[in-house]
Design a protein around this ligand. Structure first.
Ligand SMILES: *Cc1c(COP(=O)(O)O)cnc(C)c1O
Length: 371
């Protein structure tokens, strides 16, 4: 029997908690608390407290969160910021927006920045490192933190895909000077539109970011500097508060889905399964395998009703936007090797075991037919 398996399923989640979400939306409209106001404050406090950080500043999206931190750390023209070659473009475009130059590093076996190659990229202009905890797995933070301490660099964690991931008992977003979250609808904790947050334990940096995100003002009409308009809105905050009590349960469900995949796929020798870094907790925003003949496999799975995706089809240094940096594929051999092979299989907390077995069965049929 043919199954229909979407890549993500935001509708089942809504149906499971519909009364709470509908109430959360109605409350904001009833109180006309659309911009700033009590629902934003409430979510910031709840997220900060559940996460275990000193400050949470709601912003318009995860991209702005990165830009605001870089700006408030004083990064700009003439500076360099080191980041990873495979990420969503937000990580590097925000570096450029400040006037600084992005410097890319290849990935390790866990799809995150190769910590062993970072030091060779540090120059007198380097000001910060932005590791990305891609797919739900943290970068090698103990090593990266030591490098930042040694060279006196700022460390900013892009945690858009790794809410509540851990390494050596430490949560993602709690190791660097500041960290960013995205609550884009498909992220592990998702709003119903664009939303993001900055977290930090640094009081002065928190205050600056809060000001800059709101036209340079903490109090209306008292502008201490020029800023931007990047605020988390009341509706999104209220929806996020309604979802927050479920996030740890949803995270466990994602890990269960990944464990089912691992078991169901382990004997298919053509593919490579995602590796989990020792002493770490992967929260599986995405379940990414390496597969030969990816395009044909995707087509075959599509015919079986299974939607898949690629994160990301073109690594950042190879995009037209970064042609001016004159990188070649030889500069990033791992990323270049993965480019045609990475394949994201469907994953969401509600994905059942029967569906995973169906997906695994069809991946096996595809490769058996080509032996
Ligand atoms: C989603 C994402 C962002 C940006 O978040 P938005 O809320 O969409 O602006 C940044 N970095 C990574 C790695 C992401 O996945």
């Amino acid at each position: 029997m043919m199954m229909n398996i979407p890549f993500v399923d935001l509708k089942s989640q809504y149906q499971a908690i519909k009364p709470e979400i509908d109430q959360a939306i109605a409350n904001v409209i009833e109180d006309t608390a659309f911009i700033r106001g009590k629902y934003v404050k409430k979510f910031e406090e709840e997220f900060r407290s559940l996460y275990g950080v000193k400050h949470c500043i709601g912003v318009a999206n995860g991209t702005d969160a990165i830009y605001i931190i870089l700006k408030m750390l004083g990064i700009g023209a003439g500076d360099e910021v080191i980041t990873v070659a495979n990420s969503w473009i937000s990580t590097s475009e925000t570096i450029s927006q400040t006037g600084a130059k992005p410097v890319f590093v290849d990935v390790d076996d866990y799809f995150t920045i190769d910590s062993q190659q970072i030091e060779s990229k540090i120059t007198t202009k380097t000001k910060a490192i932005i590791p990305v905890h891609l797919y739900g797995q943290m970068a090698d933070m103990p090593t990266i933190k030591a490098i930042c301490d040694k060279h006196k660099l700022f460390l900013i964690e892009d945690t858009a895909q790794a809410h509540f991931s851990e390494i050596q008992g430490k949560r993602a977003a709690t190791i660097g000077h500041a960290a960013t979250f995205s609550f884009y609808p498909g992220k592990n904790l998702g709003a119903y539109g664009d939303a993001g947050a900055i977290v930090t334990n640094d009081d002065a940096l928190a205050e600056k970011c809060r000001m800059y995100a709101n036209h340079g003002a903490l109090i209306k009409h008292q502008h201490f500097m020029e800023g931007i308009n990047s605020r988390l809105d009341g509706l999104q905050a209220s929806i996020l508060s309604a979802k927050l009590p479920y996030i740890l349960e949803w995270t466990r469900a994602r890990q269960q889905v990944a464990a089912w995949y691992d078991k169901a796929l382990k004997d298919i020798e053509e593919i490579v399964l995602p590796k989990v870094r020792p002493n770490s907790k992967h929260t599986f925003h995405l379940y990414v395998i390496l597969a030969p003949q990816r395009a044909a496999l995707q087509d075959y799975l599509k015919q079986q009703g299974i939607s898949t995706s690629v994160h990301y089809p073109v690594p950042l240094p190879f995009m037209p936007a970064y042609q001016y940096l004159e990188y070649t594929r030889a500069d990033f051999p791992k990323v270049a090797h993965n480019e045609a092979r990475i394949l994201s299989l469907p994953i969401y907390p509600e994905l059942g075991k029967d569906k995973i077995q169906y997906i695994a069965k069809h991946i096996k049929i595809f490769f058996d037919a080509r032996k």
